[in-house]
Ligand binder design. Structure first.
Ligand code: IVH
Length: 679
């Protein structure tokens, strides 16, 4: 008996050690890498298990335990100034059931000796930010960091339109802090992932990760283009306007902060439950991700009576919504080989209905993800589609009955498409097929990228047509496009003379595509649209670029070691050099416009405002087109504005001002005709 007890204790101490280690690693994955490895719920369960065990083993108390501090997103050399928080930035205790909410409420009531008024609000699923205002000026915007110190990301935060830089009011405290959540709205998240998919860059799993990744970027221009937003939910400081949390938030709203309308003062627990039930359904229509409800004691005096634990306030609690999940069978693991050769494992599932759609495939990310979950073919698994667009496997319910060595899943050692031994990319978790020039999905992927709208814009060459022409050996690389004959195309199924003619016309037009886009179209690893533009400016011909040493490449804005190395590798390869020669003979633009040579003087002396959204080019491209044709792009409408390049949904204020001043609106098509741009 004595011995048993002893070994139990031993075992529990071991569990404490291993849970601490595991939770530290998960915190790092979540906060630093923005790549969570398990669901929030599973994480919380582990944390609770650790809390229980630690309570039973006071002899193992350790202030460094993950139960005693919040996860940290501080990055060494992150490039931001680290700042100490004035008030520690804590987390919230999570609950997952009505009973737990009930017991929290009862505890609070007992501690206060009276039933408190509760404020119920949405729990936004982004990352917390602390904004400091001094005399109405935004002076710092600090991330949570480790709760004690955070990164000042003010330059990035200033790109968020709903966060005021100045508050011109007399009824604000001289110094105050307001905290809230930075989010990437669903619409912008989906757009970003679509762009990343096109570029074969790893997708963000959910808007939270995308927002976190964005906020850590060192380039506010890119941050701005991603379109972050923020909701504020906590006012701190001395001389606050109200004596309740609710009144303070109303005041903050009147000062110009975005405070959600989904907020309710509840006198009873029933009202709290109604709020929870209502938003569990309605949240699906919100523009941003939410993962629960936060309940806060409204009265600030009562809050201070209740106080804080080391990690969380006792006066607040989070109720987390259940993610929609289903149990199904992982039938088989297959692979997808992308344009750059990255091999992504895919789970083929027994179809299940999840949030109204049938799910039969889920990404498995990479070999590490499979190993972490210990996945095997035949396992019963949980699939979730919570805050995520792409369904994902979150846990194994039961392993398949297979035993022995062959039961363990082994990641492919050879390319499933061409049989070449796979290599591991040391920088990333991915395995990839190095057979760039002979692996069908890589070759076809490169052609698809080359013809796409943002690159050479060759119409009529969709992926099915590319498949057909590839299968017949007529199209093996991008230069083959320029050797295509009308009869080759016309004899294909579903294509005829007319399509052949259209395709060839579009191929001909593509020869005028400017150098920067050709460079992007080549599909050099890590050279996306923006980098290609910068390279084309710094190296105005392909020969200059091809022969540039690494030291010269890294002098270019946004080009680091990794990109420079990839460019060097590309041009060192004989087959790529031959390819470039063929493209040169076909008449493609392999030299850029020198920066100060204008394409035309059509817009000389004109001040042009761009407003609204466009379909043919993005705003940056229109800005460049204005400048290349001698014009000047200005931000706001004034009497000096020559005209407005007006897209869809032009801003109402600009429209009103333009009408008042009698300034002409020029549509996208009219503008392109004006500068005679055909591509
Ligand atoms: S109040 C001291 N209110 O949830 C308590 N937090 O899991 C301060 N969050 O770190 C937080 N929506 O980033 C509060 N309406 C809301 C919230 C909210 C989302 C986040 C916040 C916090 C985390 C805790």
């Amino acid at each position: 008996m004595q011995l048993d007890l002893f070994s139990d204790t031993d075992n529990e101490q071991e569990q404490i050690r291993s849970l601490r280690k595991e939770l530290e690693e998960m915190n790092y994955q979540y906060y630093v890498l923005d790549q969570p490895t398990i669901s929030d719920k599973a994480f919380d369960e582990k944390m609770r298990r650790l809390q229980d065990l630690e309570a039973r083993h006071p002899e193992m108390a350790d202030p460094k335990s993950p139960t005693q501090h919040v996860g940290s997103d501080l990055q060494k050399n992150g490039g931001f100034e680290q700042v100490a928080h004035r008030y520690p930035m804590l987390s919230l205790a999570n609950t997952y059931s009505e009973e737990e909410v009930h017991s929290w409420y009862e505890r609070v009531r007992k501690d206060l000796g009276t039933a408190p008024e509760i404020v119920a609000e949405l729990k936004f699923d982004g990352l917390s930010i602390s904004l400091w205002y001094e005399n109405g000026e935004l002076v710092r915007a600090v991330t949570r960091g480790d709760g004690v110190r955070g990164d000042d990301v003010i330059q990035n935060v200033k790109t968020i339109k709903t966060i005021p830089w100045h508050i011109e009011r007399t009824d604000i405290p001289a110094s105050f802090e307001i905290r809230g959540e930075i989010l990437l709205p669903w619409k912008n998240f989906e757009r970003l992932n679509r762009e990343r998919e096109e570029q074969e860059e790893p997708l963000f799993a959910n808007p939270r990760n995308a927002a976190a990744g964005t906020l850590k970027l060192q380039n506010p221009g890119i941050v701005k283009s991603r379109g972050l937003d923020a909701y504020l939910y906590y006012l701190l400081g001395e001389n606050l306007p109200g004596t309740t949390h609710y009144d303070n938030l109303q005041a903050a709203r009147s000062w110009g902060f975005q405070v959600s309308d989904a907020i309710r003062r509840c006198a009873t627990l029933e009202e709290v439950m109604q709020f929870i039930a209502y938003w569990d359904i309605e949240r699906k229509h919100l523009p941003v991700a939410t993962d629960g409800i936060v309940l806060k004691v409204n009265d600030l005096k009562q809050q201070s009576i209740l106080g804080f634990t080391a990690k969380t306030p006792r006066w607040a609690i989070a109720y987390k919504f259940q993610a929609e999940k289903q149990l199904t069978v992982l039938k088989k693991i297959t692979y997808q080989v992308g344009r750059t050769g990255v091999v992504t494992p895919v789970a083929n599932l027994e179809p299940v209905l999840l949030s109204g759609t049938t799910v039969q495939r889920a990404t498995l990310h990479n070999a590490d993800f499979i190993a972490q979950l210990g996945l095997r073919e035949g396992d019963s698994v949980w699939v979730e589609k919570g805050g995520e667009i792409i369904p994902k496997i979150t846990a194994v319910e039961k392993h398949s009955d297979l035993t022995g060595l062959q039961a363990d899943f082994r990641f492919a050692t050879h390319c499933p498409e061409c049989g070449t031994p796979l290599q591991r990319d040391p920088e990333q978790a991915a395995w990839y097929c190095p057979n760039e020039d002979g692996c069908p999905p890589q070759q076809k992927g490169k052609i698809e990228h080359f013809v796409s709208r943002k690159t050479m814009n060759i119409e009529g060459l969709g992926s099915e047509t590319i498949d057909l022409l590839y299968a017949q050996g007529l199209l093996r690389d991008i230069a083959d496009i320029y050797a295509l004959q009308a009869e080759d195309i016309a004899k294909q199924e579903r294509l005829g003379q007319k399509s052949a003619q259209n395709i060839l016309e579009s191929v001909e037009q593509s020869k005028k595509v400017p150098f920067a886009r050709v460079l992007f179209a080549l599909g050099i690893r890590f050279v996306g649209e923006t980098t290609a533009k910068k390279l084309a400016k710094a190296f105005p011909s392909i020969d200059l670029l091809a022969n540039a040493p690494k030291e010269a490449l890294v002098m270019t804005e946004d080009v680091g070691e990794q990109i420079a190395e990839s460019i060097r590798q590309y041009f060192t390869k004989e087959s790529n050099r031959t390819l470039i020669e063929r493209l040169r003979n076909d008449g493609l633009q392999l030299t850029g416009e020198s920066n100060n040579i204008l394409k035309s003087n059509i817009l000389t002396g004109k001040s042009i405002v761009i407003s609204g959204t466009f379909s043919r080019h993005n705003r940056d491209e229109y800005k460049a087109l204005i400048e290349e044709n001698g014009g000047k792009n200005v931000g706001s409408v004034s009497a000096k504005t020559s005209f407005i390049l007006a897209g869809e949904n032009m801003g109402p204020q600009k429209l009103e001002k333009a009408q008042k001043l009698g300034i002409a609106l020029v549509s996208e098509e009219e503008f392109l005709q004006m500068i005679e741009e055909k591509i």
